[in-house]
Design a protein around this ligand. Structure first.
Ligand SMILES: Nc1ncnc2c1ncn2[C@@H]1O[C@H](COP(=O)(O)OP(=O)(O)OP(=O)(O)O)[C@@H](O)[C@H]1O
Ligand SMILES: [Mg+2]
Length: 499
């Protein structure tokens, strides 16, 4: 799949007409073009990068002559002399210019390549303009049609992470696989602290094979595997604001939590949850005219959200602090929430995100990002919580989201528009494609059909920080890890030889 067979510099098509965003080319026989394929028109130092977005048939023959020739063919009468297949009948492709490369720098393509220019397939060397930033974020391999090049796309994590990443696809198209790859590579360095809320317990098992896992990866679970820590959160770590936009309270219930917090401070939850109240508390309740019915319902709501396997009246005092310290130090923290109700998972996320965000607000340090699966659970119209606050103003403090979803259309438009980098995988639902295309950094209007047809791991990265929407292919996680380990083993043996 990696190597391009045949002569890579061979001219395989030629421009014969059209206009800037709709150039018509003729395909050379025996060199089939693919939708999404990247081609290069070269003129001295200038290269124009073009992409195929449609394929049509062309013929020199009149329709009647074609029908006649087809009849001869179907009825087994030789038609070779009529057809001279390759010259008279051919494939035309519609392509658009996606970038102009000069002296290794890519710019938006504003001019047309000369009429009749010959085009060749793209090669790794044409992509030297893709940068190698100091804070690398893996974005897959450049893809030309369905061909994966060996050239990797490395995004600038310092720009991309704090301004949010959206990973959107239909089910089973490779969202989780892509995220494993991205996080595995992030384990190489400690420039960013990453919190992963893992509702399917998928991530730790994958990431722990990384050579840096022992010091750069921390995992928490209510039923920890080897190497993971026990997830327990102490009552005193829970504050009334952690519930906003996460656990639905009525105004009266919300007010009651705040009144308790104001009066009892960090002990507020004990007081609400206490089965037997002290007489002083009862007197306080009576004085505040807190309705017994409200308190009873509030107690039940809290009991449901505060899953006993996680939330402890005793124990777990340091968990929130330890996780925040790890994020501040640029470690990756995976929290397994697989056996918990969605409310409980999101409450844990809210507590940890609040603390991480609050620390960065007070003292911006390392970049942080929070990976959240099924993101519309917290990024919804009319819902205001810590995740929507991060989406709106996290960038100022270096805190971002990596939001994963099948349903981007459920995320409010202004939040979608704020997510500066979108990794768009295959999606059969046109409504979803529209939401993504409508909020992308580049004009992807012509790419809707291509997005519908993307295979597992094939994606388009559209980012404010890239000159063009880059077609990419993410490798299967296991394949990437095997390749990385081979490279690092080779590197180690070279280092040994020169030591
Ligand atoms: N780039 C890829 N190359 C090969 N196989 C892949 C690739 N990406 C994903 N797969 C395979 O496809 C399947 C689904 O992938 P994955 O779980 O990542 O999809 P998903 O989008 O997260 O699905 P879901 O919507 O269920 O969360 C897995 O078996 C995975 O190994
Ligand atoms: Mg998944």
């Amino acid at each position: 799949m990696l190597a391009d067979k045949g002569n890579a510099m061979e001219i395989i098509s030629q421009i014969i007409g059209g206009q800037h965003a709709d150039i018509l080319i003729r395909q050379k026989a025996g060199a089939p073009l693919e939708l999404g394929e990247l081609l290069v028109a070269e003129e001295g130092e200038n290269k124009i990068l073009l992409q195929v977005f449609d394929l049509v048939y062309g013929s020199q023959m009149q329709p009647e002559a074609l029908e006649w020739a087809s009849g001869l063919n179907l009825e087994n009468v030789s038609s070779e002399s009529f057809l001279d297949a390759n010259l008279r009948n051919y494939v035309l492709a519609k392509i658009k210019a996606v970038a102009h490369i000069k002296n290794g720098v890519a710019k938006t393509a504003k001019s047309l390549p000369p009429f009749f220019s010959g085009l060749r397939r793209i090669q790794d060397a044409d992509l030297a303009f893709l940068e190698n930033p100091a804070k690398p974020l893996f974005g897959g391999h450049v893809r030309s049609g369905s061909r994966m090049l060996s050239k990797e796309v490395i995004l600038d994590g310092a720009e991309v992470l704090p301004t949010h990443v959206l990973i959107a696809a239909g089910t089973g198209k490779g969202k989780s696989n892509l995220t494993y790859c991205m996080l595995y590579r992030l384990l190489d360095s400690d420039y960013a602290g990453i919190l992963v809320l893992d509702p399917h317990n998928e991530y730790y098992g994958k990431l722990k094979s990384h050579p840096n896992a022992a010091h750069n990866l921390v995992a928490y679970s209510p039923n920890p595997d080897r190497g993971a820590l026990t997830m327990a959160i102490h009552y005193e770590s829970v504050k009334p604001w952690h519930f906003s936009g996460i656990v639905p309270f009525t105004d009266a219930q919300g007010d009651a939590t705040w009144m308790y917090f104001k009066h009892f401070g960090n002990r507020w939850l004990y007081e609400i949850m206490a089965e037997k109240r002290g007489s002083k508390t009862q007197e306080w309740i009576d004085n505040r005219r807190l309705h017994e019915g409200t308190l009873a319902v509030l107690q039940r709501r809290l009991e449901l959200a505060l899953d006993k396997t996680i939330f402890k009246p005793e124990g777990g005092q340091n968990t929130v602090k330890d996780i925040s310290d790890a994020l501040d130090a640029g470690r990756k923290v995976v929290v397994d929430t697989s056996r918990l109700a969605s409310n409980t998972e999101l409450l844990i996320g809210s507590i940890l995100a609040h603390e991480a965000f609050e620390r960065s607000r007070r003292n911006p340090g390392r970049i942080k990002s929070i990976v959240i699966e099924e993101a519309p659970r917290v990024l919804r119209e009319g819902e205001s919580n810590v995740f929507s606050s991060i989406a709106r103003e996290g960038r100022k403090f270096g805190v971002g989201l990596i939001a994963i979803t099948q349903l981007a259309s459920m995320i409010p438009r202004e939040v979608l528009a704020n997510m500066n980098t979108k990794i768009i995988l295959g999606n059969e639902m046109s409504q979803e494609r529209e939401a993504l295309i409508g909020s992308a950094a580049q004009d992807l209007t012509d790419d809707s059909k291509a997005i519908a047809g993307l295979d597992k791991g094939e994606a388009i990265i559209s980012s404010v920080y890239t000159k063009l929407a880059i077609p990419v292919q993410f490798p299967k996680f296991e394949t990437m890890v095997a390749a990385d380990q081979k490279i690092s083993a080779a590197g180690a043996s070279v280092a040994k030889r020169f030591a």
